[in-house]
Design a protein. Structure first.
Length: 327
């Protein structure tokens, strides 16, 4: 009798653990807020459109914000948290100091708190805003599975160590992407996001003036492009703004792949795409406008995949009341 009772208790414990595991399962759903906040996508899109209509250049940093969020601790909104007296948050890390557009996230959160208080996570808002910002400049759209919860931890050193660097070679890039579950195709596709946006001379100065520490230039960089960049970026200049995709930096298209194929990719990480058989094949497949649809389709697939890296669901994390601070 005692043995039978113990077996029953054991089975009940196993069932309870299975239920708990399911409640914390990392499963997102495009209809997650169907009942709790049915107009979430409309509210976020309207808010994003208000900002993008006034400043289309915000689309690139909003897309980059989602990328930087997901590569550190997963897509948990940790990139939004402010530093405190006792902790330097991800925002403080050098790669994130140039992030812009936090006001868009805050505005969307404010609207949602009026309509659906305590329901929609900041992490989900970041994912939705990235999609909407790209779509609003005539880029691709993609479904955004929802249900992320917000993380409570944000550490600058993790961002510095885990974000892919513009100075990485192809081996380092592949390892970085592989560490978060993304493959070589995702690397080539998401690099295409550099078709929009700007950088600073800091990101290319070493290629122009001191590539190997001997005052030389990067031999893989087009000589004419070097001359153009040197007119804008003087030695030691870290602040001057330069376009990622010259002449097309506010248009989401395939021209980035054209620039890369001509050895005019701005970063070493862009040039690295020409040093791997898989990535160079992807570049060559998208050299004309006829490749736009396939690039757009691929970009959506990779963004959905990236948007599910290390998400917090169920009882993990929290739903922040304000995106810059934990509850």
């Amino acid at each position: 009798m005692a043995s039978k009772l113990l077996n029953i208790l054991f089975l009940q414990l196993v069932c309870a653990l299975l239920v708990l595991d399911v409640s914390n399962a990392e499963v997102l759903d495009v209809n997650f807020y169907k009942d709790s906040c049915p107009y979430v996508e409309d509210i976020v899109k309207e808010t994003t459109a208000r900002f993008i209509s006034e400043a289309p250049s915000l689309a690139a940093p909003l897309l980059r914000m989602h990328f930087h969020d997901c590569f550190v601790r997963g897509c948990d909104g940790s990139v939004l948290l402010n530093s405190t007296r006792t902790n330097q948050a991800e925002k403080s890390a050098i790669p994130n100091q140039s992030l812009r557009g936090f006001q868009v996230i805050d505005a969307a959160k404010s609207e949602l708190e009026k309509r659906c208080p305590g329901i929609v996570s900041c992490a989900d808002i970041v994912a939705l805003v990235a999609r909407d910002a790209v779509l609003l400049i005539n880029g691709p759209s993609w479904p955004v599975p929802l249900g992320r919860r917000d993380g409570r931890v944000s550490i600058a050193s993790e961002a510095l160590n885990q974000l892919p660097s513009p100075f990485m070679n192809i081996t380092q890039l592949k390892a970085s992407f592989r560490s978060v579950g993304l493959n070589v195709t995702d690397l080539a596709v998401l690099s295409g996001g550099h078709t929009i946006g700007i950088s600073h001379c800091l990101g290319v100065n070493n290629r122009l003036y001191n590539f190997t520490g001997k005052g030389d230039t990067d031999p893989t960089l087009d000589k004419n492009y070097i001359a153009e960049l040197k007119k804008k970026c003087k030695p030691g200049d870290v602040k001057t703004i330069i376009e990622m995709d010259p002449g097309s930096f506010e248009t989401f298209d395939t021209s980035y792949f054209n620039e890369v194929s001509k050895r005019r990719g701005l970063f070493q990480s862009d040039a690295a795409l020409l040093t791997d058989t898989e990535t160079i094949a992807y570049v060559h497949q998208h050299l004309s406008s006829t490749g736009t649809k396939s690039f757009f389709d691929d970009f959506g697939v990779s963004m959905v995949k990236m948007g599910q890296i290390g998400v917090l669901t169920g009882q993990k994390g929290e739903i922040r009341k304000q995106c810059a601070v934990v509850n």
